[in-house]
Structures are given as structure tokens and as C-alpha cells.
Design a protein around this ligand. Structure first.
Ligand SMILES: NC(=O)c1ccc[n+]([C@@H]2O[C@H](COP(=O)([O-])OP(=O)(O)OC[C@H]3O[C@@H](n4cnc5c(N)ncnc54)[C@H](OP(=O)(O)O)[C@@H]3O)[C@@H](O)[C@H]2O)c1
Length: 325
């Protein structure tokens, strides 16, 4: 019997249960994977709390992992039993010994990348790929603002920006996190627990502000982000770590300088096997080429997923955290 984490009702980390379950047989276009490592992500907490509705209850948890193919459906063409694979998008249920996914959601894992690295980078690294290379295509030479720069997505963004020749100003909530962001390649940091972010951005950019702000913090940083972006610039609101941005009066975008706003998701960028593979190829090249290091800051047994989510929500984690089945 396999084990997984599930929840029957929405709530805090205490609703997560570690239970026996019988993994399904893969459908014709599905693959069953024995997980070797599983990624912890903030989005996992949104489904658990109910901010994002899961398709049904009880629900599995988690969207990121890496492992070995143990069974394939009759119409699967790209994978065979024994292949090393990784994934960073649904269906929910990655917090498990064994996970069944559509073939289109999987990529082959190069031998040079470990299961733990892959579980720490698939969802977060593919997100950075589309944020920096597609949502706003950075060319090098720009100065940008990226919130929560010591977190999972943020730590990878700092490194990717450095590799592109982009000056990333990262916000953080402590001196330790500032040092980490700097070590990962942030050009400057702002501690938003006591500094005025928009004012510091003005100073750091000689009054120009930035062409693009990447904001995964949401509610608490929304206005700061609008105040930090130059006229006709873009605010990329890609997450809700502090709560969802709502009740926006579009007039505020006019008042602050004909601003653009987008609310992107990984699912709409990696929306088919071809796009997913192209993005993953670029991500893997960055890792193998030594430009991106996936530091696993903490490891938890799968059974302790509730503890891991508690730490993530309390801002006590940095970089990538993995669960081990
Ligand atoms: N749209 C997409 O495609 C996509 C994909 C992946 C991730 N995301 C989003 O990207 C963001 C980062 O995800 P992640 O998994 O890498 O998480 P993370 O950055 O490791 O953790 C969230 C960080 O947000 C900061 N934060 C600010 N206010 C907070 C609050 N009230 N409560 C908790 N944290 C707060 C904390 O850093 P400080 O202590 O330094 O403030 C915290 O460490 C999340 O919003 C996530 O939903 C979006």
C-alpha cells in the first residue's frame, strides 16, 4: 500500500493527513511515477486553505516532484518504465509515494540533475523561466524589482537575472535573507520590514524606477509595486503569499502612469508538451551550465508535510524545500 498526504476539509496545516492509498492504474495517456523527491510550494497552501479550490475533496496535495516511471498507459509514446522524470504542474497529489500524471506534464530528467534538485526546481524554475524570459523578455542591462527574493522562486530569479546581466533589486524581510539574496546574485536588496520600498527603488534607479516588477507577495506589496514601476511599465502579479490582491480600481493604473498589469500562471505558459519541454530544456541548460544552483535548504520526511507547510507560511524557509517519501 502506498502513502500520501491528503485533506478532507480546508484549514491550516493540521488538516493534512498522512494516509494509506491505492494509486490508480494509469489511463491510456498517463504515466505512474515512483516519487524520489517532492517539491514544497506556496501554491500548495492555497489549495489547502481553500484560496484556490481543488477539483474535489478529499484532495491530494502538491504539484512538483521527480522520480522513476513505474507504469505507462497504452497510448504513451515518450516514456518507458525505468525513465527518470520530473514534473511541475498538476494534477494535485505530488505529496505521495506514487503519482499518476498525464504524459504531457512530464519531462525526462537529464542524468546530471538529481531527483532532489529536480523536485526543488521544476515548478519554481519553470516559473522563473517564463517570468524573466517570456512575460517580460529581459535582454540584459535592465534594473528590475523582485519581491521575496530569498524564497524558492526568488532565489532562482536572483541567479537567473545575474546570468542575464540584469540588476535585480530584491525585497526581503531580514538581514539574513538579504545576505542570501545577494549571494544568489541580487544587485541590491531592500528590507521591506522597515524600509520604504518605492523610495529606495527611486534612489537605486536615479529616479527612473523600474520597467518591470515581479510580485509574488500580493496584497501587502501591490501598491508598493505600482509605485516602483516606471510609467508604461509592467507589474507582474504572480502570487498571493500575503493574501490575494482584490478590489482593484483600474483608474489607479492611469493615475500612476499608464501601467500594465498581468496575473500569469505557469499552466498557461507550459500549456502543452512542446512548450513545457522547451522551457525545461532552457532550465536544465542553466543548471548543467553552472549558471543556476538549486540549493535544497531543508528536507522533511513526506509524513511531516504539515510541519514543512507551517514553516513555509511562517516565512521561516528560504530557497527550495523538498519532502522525501
Ligand atoms: N503564478 C505562477 O505561475 C506561480 C508559480 C510559482 C509560484 N508562484 C508564487 O510565487 C510566490 C513564491 O512562491 P514560493 O513557493 O517560492 O514561496 P517562497 O517565496 O519560498 O515563500 C513565500 C515568501 O513570501 C514572503 N512573504 C511576504 N509576506 C508574506 C506573508 N504574509 N506570509 C508568508 N510569506 C510572505 C516571505 O519572504 P520574506 O520573509 O522575505 O518576505 C516568504 O518566504 C508565491 O506567491 C507563489 O504562489 C506563482
Amino acid at each position: 500500500m502506498a502513502k500520501r498526504i491528503q485533506f478532507r476539509a480546508h484549514g491550516g496545516p493540521e488538516v493534512l493527513e498522512y494516509v494509506d492509498y491505492q494509486p490508480a492504474e494509469p489511463g491510456p495517456k498517463e504515466v505512474r511515477v515512483t516519487n524520489k523527491a517532492i517539491g514544497l510550494n506556496f501554491i500548495d497552501t492555497y489549495y489547502r486553505s481553500g484560496l484556490y479550490p481543488p477539483p474535489s475533496l478529499p484532495s491530494g496535495v502538491g504539484s512538483e516532484g521527480a522520480g522513476v516511471v513505474e507504469a505507462v498507459g497504452s497510448d504513451v509514446t515518450r516514456f518507458k518504465i525505468g525513465d527518470r522524470v520530473a514534473y511541475g504542474s498538476g494534477p494535485l497529489g505530488a505529496y505521495s509515494d506514487v503519482h499518476v500524471l498525464p504524459e504531457a506534464n512530464l519531462v525526462k530528467l537529464p542524468d546530471a540533475i538529481s531527483f532532489e534538485q529536480a523536485a526543488g526546481v521544476m515548478l519554481k524554475g519553470l516559473t522563473v523561466q517564463y517570468l524573466l524570459r517570456q512575460t517580460y523578455e529581459l535582454k540584459g542591462g535592465e534594473t528590475i524589482l523582485f519581491h521575496a527574493a530569498a524564497g524558492g522562486v526568488g532565489s532562482l530569479a536572483c541567479q537567473w537575472a545575474r546570468a542575464l546581466g540584469v540588476k535585480l533589486i530584491g525585497t526581503v524581510s531580514s538581514a539574513e535573507k538579504a545576505a542570501l539574496a545577494k549571494a544568489n546574485g541580487a544587485w541590491a536588496t531592500i528590507d521591506y520590514s522597515h524600509e520604504n520600498v518605492a523610495q529606495r527603488v527611486l534612489e537605486l534607479t536615479d529616479g527612473k524606477k523600474v520597467p518591470v516588477v515581479y510580485d509574488g507577495v500580493g496584497k501587502d506589496t501591490w501598491l508598493t509595486s505600482l509605485d516602483s514601476v516606471a510609467p508604461r511599465g509592467l507589474v507582474v502579479s504572480f502570487g498571493n503569499a500575503s493574501g490575494a490582491v482584490d478590489g482593484v480600481n483600474l483608474g489607479i493604473l492611469a493615475g500612476k502612469g499608464s501601467l500594465y498589469v498581468t496575473r500569469p500562471t505557469l499552466g498557461t505558459y507550459a500549456n502543452n508538451a512542446e512548450n513545457l519541454q522547451r522551457m525545461a530544456d532552457e532550465l536544465f541548460e542553466m543548471i548543467i551550465g553552472g549558471k543556476l544552483t538549486v540549493e535544497i535548504s531543508q528536507r522533511y520526511p513526506l509524513a511531516d508535510a504539515a510541519k514543512a507547510q507551517t514553516e513555509l507560511s511562517a516565512r521561516r524557509t528560504t530557497g527550495s524545500v523538498v519532502l522525501l517519501p
